[in-house]
Every structure is written in C-alpha cells, then in structure tokens.
Design a protein around this ligand. Structure first.
Ligand code: UDP
Ligand code: MG
Length: 148
C-alpha cells in the first residue's frame, strides 16, 4: 500500500495546528503508520531538502525548519501521495485553494505550515530518512468501511 511522508513544520506546531492537520488525514480515510515530535539538526534539514540546495531560498528554508520542533508522520492509503498533496494545497498559500491546509492556515510561502512528499519515489526516500527504524504495521478495524 502506498505511503507518504508528511511533516508539520515549526509554524504549524507553534500555532497549535497539529490536531487539526492529523484530523484531516484521519477523516479522509488514511492510516497513520508513524508519528514523532522532534527537533531537526541543520545537517538533517539540509539532507531532507538537498534537491533544493541551489535555490536562493534554501538558507531561509533550512533556518525555518530548524526553528522549532516538527511533527514527522507516515500516512498510508490508496493514492496517498497525490491526494496528500491536494489536502495540503499549492506551495504558495496565495494560490492554495480554501479547504486545503495551506489555503486555510497560511499566507506566505516561507511559512506554509506543512510538507508532503511530491512522488512515490521521494516518499520512499523521505520515509527512510525520517523513520530509519521503520514504522508501525497495523490495520485499522475501519479498513473494510473505507476500502472495497
Ligand atoms: N519555499 C520558499 N520559497 C520558494 C519556494 C519554496 O520558501 O520560493 C519553501 C516552502 O516552504 C516550500 C519548501 O520551500 O514548502 C519546499 O519547496 P517545494 O518547491 O518542494 O514545495 P512543496 O513541495 O513544499 O510544496
Ligand atoms: Mg517539495
């Protein structure tokens, strides 16, 4: 079953949005497979965003991610990578639709509350980086009420 890596960024944690964000993924029908609150070291943040290291905003992005604790999660379900990105909304909150997390809770690209993997391959890479000891294998008793 497909999995994605979701991170509530430091602004989302500070603003008390952890429960609201988890609720949206739970109520959609996705399954939580991993969850931890953690402080990220600079080198780790740089590794997570290594594909963006040449971009002008990279320094500010790394400062942002290490500015406070983040909530790292693995969510599982049918098409969870693409659907997760839809739940999150467009990168720039000025363009994110109302009803999405960024559309409802953010105004600036550099404080856009949440990260989600952009493809199945990057999800695998990010899950391996953030959850090197693996995740929890379980099946919700609601599964047959959500999936055919
Ligand atoms: N970002 C930024 N300025 C930009 C583009 C991106 O500060 O011009 C930040 C923003 O927080 C974004 C993150 O860098 O979420 C990663 O960028 P990406 O293009 O991967 O967007 P995402 O996948 O998070 O939507
Ligand atoms: Mg991205």
């Amino acid at each position: 079953m497909e999995q994605t890596f979701i991170m509530i960024k430091p602004d989302g944690v500070q603003r008390g949005l952890v429960g609201e964000i988890i609720k949206r993924f739970e109520q959609k029908g996705f399954t939580l497979r991993g969850l931890k609150l953690m402080n990220v070291e600079r080198a780790f943040a740089e590794k997570h965003y290594e594909d963006l290291s040449a971009r002008p905003f990279f320094g500010g992005l790394v400062e942002y991610i290490i500015s406070g604790p983040v909530v790292a999660m693995v969510w599982e379900g049918k098409n969870v990578v693409v659907t997760g990105r839809k739940i999150i909304g467009a990168t720039n909150p000025s363009e994110s639709s109302p009803g999405t997390i960024r559309g409802d809770f953010a105004v600036e690209i550099g404080r856009n509350v949440i990260h989600g993997s952009d493809a199945v391959e990057s999800a695998k890479k990010e899950i391996a980086l953030w959850f090197p000891d693996g995740t929890v294998n379980w099946q919700s008793s609601l599964h047959p009420w959500i999936c055919e």
